[in-house]
Design a protein around this ligand. Structure first.
Ligand SMILES: Cc1cc2nc3c(=O)[nH]c(=O)nc-3n(C[C@H](O)[C@H](O)[C@H](O)COP(=O)(O)O)c2cc1C
Ligand SMILES: CC(C)CC(=O)C(=O)O
Length: 371
């Protein structure tokens, strides 16, 4: 746990290490948000505007982080979000992430656009993130492969009918390095990023945007949610909900869970921070399905705030990539240990001995004059 002899003391240290270590094509792809990156910055800043209301004198000698998601037990409410192409960060890529998730008894969501095949991920609590391809049969096969390989839920991403404009990727003409492929499509001609030509006004010079425009179905609508539900024998969540209106439609469509997400600020810039819309979504859902959050979670206190505002668990995106780049599987374990211990301390100092103890009254949000 040293960076040039200095101990890592926060998740930011993993990022600083990656900034020095990763090549520009990968680093810019991983860290960028869309356009002016206002949402990207806001995701973290918004956590700083939420304050914790601690309770004292509660005997916090033992604090338990364990919880369940969609009925499955996990050791902590800190899970791993889907991020594409992890082998650019470390040769072991998604395999290392999955092994780390298993060691920590938490959930990993595998991206459809992983550089490791669905079938090659070992056991553990694992969900598959799904993009709906124009090729409906290719999409159906992904769902079936996940079910056959022990994945216990499908997280359908609903905020990416087109790729957001990520300026650095356009400047760099982002390409997946030639020794890597979108492993789940190795036999379909859909495995290389950077070869497709731009095909519509939404395209740009990033190889990824061209890939999305050529493969992903931009007609994506609520009937696709119903279609995915009709194919899947495992729970289906929607990832990318930011409003009460869409949360109600999602519940009415029969989803099993909602992930409040703005895709880490990478899709539509200037949408609000996820922590700022979480409560609105939870109120609309009113306990009918579990609600999760990702975006800007970097501290145990951030996790605490998200749980207080209604999230069942949170997901980490970029911190996993930085930790993977730092030291593969062990790096991801080290990063997860760090944020889990931060959460444990935050809970103790706020007077909570279990995640069920964390309530709405433990936080004060901007514009909330009194309780
Ligand atoms: C490099 C990168 C790749 C991503 N790839 C996917 C993906 O394939 N599918 C998806 O639904 N979300 C993807 N996301 C979004 C994440 O799942 C998640 O919403 C976001 O990273 C959370 O924000 P954070 O990075 O601030 O933790 C990606 C994010 C990053 C940074
Ligand atoms: C291949 C990409 C569309 C994956 C993604 O979701 C992202 O880069 O944000």
């Amino acid at each position: 746990m040293t960076g040039q002899g200095t101990p890592f003391v926060s998740l930011d240290d993993f990022e600083q290490h990656a900034m020095r270590n990763l090549d520009r094509n990968a680093l810019d792809y991983y860290r960028s948000g869309a356009q002016d990156m206002i949402t990207l910055k806001e995701n973290q800043r918004a956590f700083d505007r939420v304050f914790i209301r601690p309770r004292v004198l509660r005997d916090v000698s033992t604090v338990a982080l364990s919880t369940s998601i969609l009925g499955e037990q996990i050791a902590s409410p800190i899970c791993i979000a889907p991020t594409a192409m992890q082998r650019m960060a470390h040769p072991d890529g998604e395999l290392a992430t999955a092994r780390a998730a298993k060691r920590k008894s938490t959930c990993m969501v595998l991206s459809s656009w992983s550089t490791t095949r669905i079938e090659d991920i070992g056991d553990g609590v694992k969900w598959l993130q799904l993009y709906v391809y124009k090729d409906r049969e290719a999409t159906r096969r992904l769902i079936e492969r996940a079910q056959d390989s022990g994945y216990t839920a499908i997280a359908l991403t609903v905020d990416t009918p087109y790729l957001g404009r990520r300026l650095a990727d356009i400047r760099n003409r982002f390409r997946l390095p030639p020794h890597l492929t979108m492993a789940n499509f190795a036999d379909t001609g859909k495995a290389q990023v950077g070869k497709a030509e731009a095909t519509s006004a939404a395209d740009n010079a990033s190889g990824l945007a061209a890939y999305v425009a050529s493969q992903i179905d931009p007609t994506l609508n609520w009937s696709h949610v119903e279609w995915v539900k009709s194919v899947a024998r495992i729970p289906v969540l929607v990832k990318g909900i930011l409003t009460a209106e869409d949360a109600v439609l999602a519940v009415n469509a029969g989803v099993d869970g909602i992930i409040v997400s703005n895709h880490g600020g990478r899709q539509l810039d200037t949408v609000p921070a996820t922590i700022d819309v979480l409560e609105e979504v939870c109120r609309a859902v009113d306990g009918r399905v579990e609600v999760f959050l990702d975006g800007g979670v970097r501290r145990g206190t951030d996790v605490f705030k998200a749980l207080a505002l209604g999230a069942r668990a949170v997901f980490l995106g970029r911190p996993v990539l930085w930790a993977l780049n730092y030291n593969g599987e062990d790096g991801v374990v080290e990063m997860l240990n760090m944020i889990n211990e931060e959460l444990r301390l935050a809970m103790a100092l706020a007077g909570c001995v279990s995640v069920a103890d964390i309530t709405r009254n433990h936080v004060k949000v901007p514009g909330q004059p009194r309780l």
